[in-house]
Design a binder for this molecule. Structure first.
Ligand code: NBP
Length: 476
């Protein structure tokens, strides 16, 4: 019987939790996993949570889906996803939908969507954020695909998505083909940046101000009750408050300080370079992870490179300064991420609504934060903002924070504590507010050695100076 409202292929941690989430919301869910034992395992542990239709064969799985069929893939990104798409496409009929909820690169999603569209199938590349717990209890869902597919798929996804404080589901169709996976990628990039900034705040307060992890845990807890309210601050308070059972030491002191990465930060930066969008916060965060795990360089220089010899006096307001610098730097990171989404939306003709995008990040996902309400309002009031920093509320927050921000960055430099996130965010702020940038010198250099020409501030046209000759200027 073709009764299942939706099906899930891939029953590892994400797939099985999403399948359970669908079932708990009253949907009949077809489930399939390449290794059938995993399907049996899930059914015996959770089969009583709702209506599941397990299949051992993919053909039976497809046959159990009601038309238009909706099969959500939650398998390893890359080759596994392509293999499953090929197998499903063979069994499906025009009008059916394949939804990829894995962490695919948006270029792959564009390729897959185009190939399946040729066959009359809908391909919905969907970002899913919130980790295992989110998948079960309500993730933020970022679908990209045809408007037609969203008509019947949207209500199912919206039902299982997290709900924002105002009750709105954290799931919106972001645009065609790669739009959803692109937004998920930038979400992860912002996540990298946010985590790095919080790490720097910890480092400044621990190494700089000598505050112990247990105290810092309380401080982050307090910050979480104010304008920094966010999942990542909450998680940080938990991590810093945890004691290692084996040694009795703060957990943070027994963890090897080499940050891992699965690649979405790198993808974000690579794409930003292609689009020419300065996502300096995400880039610094990605490189900071690379530096932390660059064992050869760290071990080979740690005893050679000396730091400041004099003790750095901290400003009396240091703790509050760090909080303000963190908030301002976070806003810069989000502003840069939105710039990248806007640039890609124009490049690929996706028509992404930045207000809808920020609204769907308000709950369920890793970067959920209280201030996303303010960001949503800013984009909704003026979708044409040249930058999030131009929204009156954010202009005020960052300009009000600048004294504290400067004290933190300069104190960090004097104390020898690396703050690539805070420093680059402040440099970005100063770059934007500078009426003249040294790019004029760069243009001169480029024209000098490569005849790359330049424009003038006082008249229209393109010019070149005869640097090797009599230095007369020619209009090109
Ligand atoms: P994994 O990424 O660990 O993938 C395991 C699943 O892929 C199993 O069901 C496995 O089947 C299946 N699979 C593989 Br591997 N190769 C296959 C093939 N050739 N044909 C069919 N099935 C194949 O699972 P996960 O951690 O649940 O993540 C699923 C997706 O969700 C990934 O793309 C991931 O990037 C994304 N994601 C994960 C998180 C998270 O927090 N973990 C968050 C958001 C998104 P088997 O049992 O037969 O080996």
């Amino acid at each position: 019987m073709s009764t299942a409202d939706i099906g899930v292929v891939g029953l590892a941690v994400m797939g099985s939790n999403l399948a359970r989430n669908f079932a708990r919301h009253g949907f009949t869910v077809a489930v399939y996993n390449r290794t059938y034992a995993k399907t049996e395992e899930m059914m015996s542990a959770h089969g009583d949570e709702g209506n599941f239709v397990p299949s051992q064969e993919l053909s039976d799985f497809v046959a159990s889906l009601a038309r238009p069929r909706k099969a959500m893939i939650m398998v390893q990104a890359g080759k596994a996803t392509d293999a499953v798409i090929d197998q499903l496409a063979e069994l499906m009929e025009p009008g059916d939908m394949i939804i990829d909820g894995g962490n695919a690169h948006f270029d792959n999603t564009r390729r897959r969507e185009a190939a399946l569209r040729e066959r009359g199938l809908h391909f919905v590349g969907t970002g899913v954020s919130g980790g295992e717990e989110g998948a079960l209890l309500g993730p933020a869902i970022m679908p990209g695909g045809s408007a037609e597919s969203y008509e019947s798929l949207g209500p199912i996804l919206e039902a299982i998505a997290a709900k924002a404080p105002d009750g709105t589901p954290c799931c919106t169709r972001l645009g065609p083909d790669g739009a959803g996976h692109f937004v998920k990628m930038v979400h992860n990039g912002i996540e990298y940046s946010d985590m790095q900034l919080i790490g720097e705040a910890y480092d400044l307060l621990r190494r700089g101000a000598g505050i112990e992890p247990a105290e810092l845990s309380k401080l982050f807890g307090e910050w979480n009750a104010g304008e920094l309210d966010s999942y990542l601050i909450e998680v940080t308070a938990e991590v810093l408050g945890h004691t290692d059972a084996a040694t009795g030491k703060p957990f943070v002191d027994v963890v090897l300080d080499r940050a891992g990465q699965k690649g979405t930060g790198r993808w974000t930066v690579q794409n930003a370079l292609d689009l020419g969008v300065p996502v300096t916060g995400i880039a610094e965060a990605t490189f900071a992870r690379a530096l932390s795990s660059g064992v050869k360089q760290r071990e080979g220089t740690v005893d050679l490179l000396t730091g400041p010899t004099e003790k750095t006096e901290l400003p009396e307001t240091f703790v509050e300064d760090v909080r303000q610098a963190l908030y301002a730097s976070k806003i810069v990171a989000y502003a840069q991420g939105f710039d990248q989404i806007a640039a890609a939306s124009a490049e690929y003709d996706w028509g992404i609504d930045l207000g809808a995008c920020s609204a769907l990040w308000r709950a369920g996902c890793i970067i959920r934060a209280g201030f996303l309400d303010k960001i949503t309002t800013a984009w909704r009031e003026n979708p044409e903002l040249p930058s999030l920093l131009a929204a009156p509320e954010f202009t005020k927050i960052v300009t009000d924070a600048q004294s504290a921000w400067r004290r933190v960055v300069s104190t960090a430099a004097l104390a020898g504590i690396p703050t690539p996130g805070f420093s680059s965010a402040l440099a970005y702020y100063d770059g934007l507010r500078s009426r003249r940038l040294p790019a004029a010198v760069i243009q001169g250099q480029r024209d000098f050695f490569g005849s790359h020409t330049y424009k003038r501030v006082d008249r229209e046209g393109t010019f070149h100076t005869d640097w090797s000759g009599d230095r007369t200027e020619h209009e090109m």
